[in-house]
Design a protein around this ligand. Structure first.
Ligand code: KIV
Length: 271
């Protein structure tokens, strides 16, 4: 790969410029080569190899069980399908909370073994030393505040975060700390729209919202949810752009029926 070819068209710098110009950032998750290829070609700016792979790819209840090796497998597959979008990979639960050396080692494995562009980490003040250490090694970091699913057992609920003044103040403080530490963007998940707007105005780095209203600099959704492959998850913030659950179910039902009645394969479909 040439030096020019090694850098994808969307860079962290370009995301900052988009915020400055008021151009919205479109981000979606992907976990495999074929989906990433479609998502990239359709013009998405940032592809997140999210630890939501634990839910939608592996069927776990929470994101906690997914391992660094599993994330690296998904990220490698995604990177092979992407030419334009910036590829960001989640550091999974247990791979950065221990100390900043553990966090740096995990981030380095992701960058070396996947050729992705950046990592994402959940949390604020508690993990700021890890964020600084990863960034000082030249690895771009995206923050993630609000509903941070890796802390679900602490929260006890997936409902809206930071509705109370104290939690909102901590979130604002954490957002500033992440910006000062050098994060290139911050995901704001499931927080009041007014709070997301305030953070977006106060920060010079882009905010990417999910369930955080329309004022953030960009939006992110889980690709399985917005395509309607999952049909058992319907939070208010989710807009479904297709019913792939229905499309896939009826296609598979037709295939089963065709096989059973000996219609498939027909003469033209054999050698
Ligand atoms: O893992 C994920 O998909 C995420 C998004 C919901 C932001 O972190």
């Amino acid at each position: 790969m040439s030096v020019a070819g090694a850098v994808r068209a969307v860079t962290t710098l370009r995301l900052t410029e988009m915020k400055q110009r008021g151009e919205k950032i479109a981000m979606l998750t992907s976990y495999d080569y074929s989906t990433a290829k479609i998502v990239d070609a359709a013009g998405v700016d940032v592809i997140l190899v999210g630890d939501s792979a634990a839910n939608v790819m592996a069927g776990y209840e929470t994101t906690l069980p997914i391992t660094l090796d599993m994330m690296i497998y998904h990220a490698r597959s995604v990177v092979r399908g992407v030419t334009r979008a910036l590829v960001v990979v989640d550091l999974p639960f247990g791979t950065y909370q221990g100390n900043s050396k553990v966090a740096l080692d995990s981030a380095i494995r992701i960058m070396k073994e996947t050729e992705a562009d950046a990592v994402k980490i959940e949390g604020g003040e508690e993990i700021i030393e890890s964020v600084q250490r990863i960034i000082s090694a030249g690895i771009p970091v995206m923050g993630h505040l609000g509903l941070t699913p890796q802390s679900i057992h602490k929260f006890g609920t997936y409902s809206v975060r930071a509705k109370e003044e104290a939690e909102a103040q901590k979130l604002i403080n954490d957002a500033h700390l992440l910006e000062q530490a050098g994060c290139f963007a911050v995901v704001l998940e499931k927080i009041p729209a007014a709070l997301a707007e305030r953070v977006t105005t106060e920060l010079s780095i882009p905010t990417i919202g999910i369930g955080a209203g329309g004022a953030t600099d960009g939006q992110v959704l889980v690709v399985h949810d917005m395509l309607g492959i999952t049909n058992d998850f319907s939070p208010r913030f989710l807009r479904r752009y297709a019913d792939l659950h229905g499309v896939m179910t009826s296609a598979v039902e037709s295939y089963v029926a065709d096989v059973k009645r000996r219609d498939f394969p027909n003469e033209k479909e054999q050698y």
